[in-house]
Write a protein that binds this ligand. Sequence first.
Ligand code: NAI
Ligand code: MG
Length: 337
Amino acid sequence: MPHTVTLIPGDGIGPDITEAVVRVVEATGADIQWDRRAAGVAAIEQHTTPLPQETIDAIRETRVALKGPLTTPVGVGFRSINVALRKEFDLYANVRPAKTIVPGGRYEGVDIVLVRENTEGLYSGVEHYIGISGDPRAAAESVMLVTRFGVERILRYAFEYAVKNGRKKLTLAHKANILKYTQGLFLDVGREMAKEFEGRVEFEDRIIDATAMQLVMDPTKFDMIVCENMFGDILSDQIAGLVGGLGLAPGANIGKDAAIFEAVHGSAPDIAGKGIANPAALLLAAVLMLEHLEMRDEAGRISRALESAIREKDTLTPDLGGTGTTDTFADALIRRL
Ligand code: NAI
Ligand code: MG
């Protein structure tokens, strides 16, 4: 039985890079059937909404989606389609791996997987102003909401990911020294759960600011990091920067009933239609997807082909310093496969 995957080409450079990725994945012989669905600005004309119900239904059915970048339309009732998808499917874990591929950068040998809690913390959306003496915005409050349920499921996901993917060490980054309740709960549950995984996953905890510094001093000290929503938002971009930026940064959004894989970058309107978009970040997202589907052989072959094409500078796109196109880059990968 082939695995059916919902494919959302998306906006801007999305259709070009998704087609390139489909070609590369198919070249591995992976038994996947693509179910193409619309979302983003591309969906508005036919469906009058950037997030059609039939796209949501399709993901509910296949449980796995590979998504191109979506342009957030201005003036439509959506703050962000990506946030709407995350809410719809309760995608509580955001997984952002970062690995050195381009040689000669600032750091060598970086290989870090960050797991970010994606549904609560300071980004719960519980905010308000407090009016004082005629000033309606004299003060403002944002609530950092942390639940045992939310903490347990993200930590369990991180530990189990470590076991499944042969990761050695999990660092829990926190601010429990100041935020004794919210971050204290996160840390306490983490320490407790670490006992369950003793002998399988090494565990340590670090204060978030010290973690940020250590990441810059020596990122090779880290293997996996788990943290709450906002800390993860900040650290994941920092970690992408350690390995050369967004061009090679994939992300996975994982829930109990669905998983959506995407590149971290957006729809790049400035280069859309020029045929020069780099498909590598979305391809790395496809690698995460293949691992999720237990197609580890195919995933490994694509990773190795990508690493070798980048090292040998084989028809790379301009953002990676080459003169190739989306298609010639994909062709170079397919030759290696
Ligand atoms: P962006 O990531 O689209 O572009 C930033 C810069 O990086 C641009 O110069 C672009 O040309 C370059 N770039 C991005 N991806 C590239 C690739 N694959 N190959 C070569 N160059 C690449 O960010 P921007 O301009 O802030 O956002 C554009 C649109 O994308 C907005 O509507 C935004 O809302 C949306 N967006 C969607 C995301 C998603 O669907 N996950 C994530 C981020 C932004
Ligand atoms: Mg962010």
